[in-house]
Design a binder for this molecule. Sequence first.
Ligand code: FES
Length: 110
Amino acid sequence: MNMRITKHPILGDIEYDRKVKIYVDGQELEAIEGEMIASALLAAGIKTFRYTKKHHAPRGIFCGIGRCTDCVMTVNGMPNVRTCVTPVEEGMRVETQHGCGKWKEGAGDE
Ligand code: FES
């Protein structure tokens, strides 16, 4: 399922030629270079990004501007990354976050 806009009434045909591969919960996913992680996930039909700590309720995009934390996920081993304002990078590993998440060893050492 591809939910991207490919024909626009003003911009015309839109081609996405610069692609990167990311891994979401271990599954390979094609994303567009420069787009936010949340955009890539929504385009692939993924709407649940995390589960709350107390009630394990699913959360996804809410504000879309980096203010609410509903979209946080574990990215390259770092928990609580706001995916609506974080661009994709080649080989990025994105994981659904449960509760507060956990740091993976070596994450952020670069
Ligand atoms: S959707 Fe609110 S911070 Fe990302």
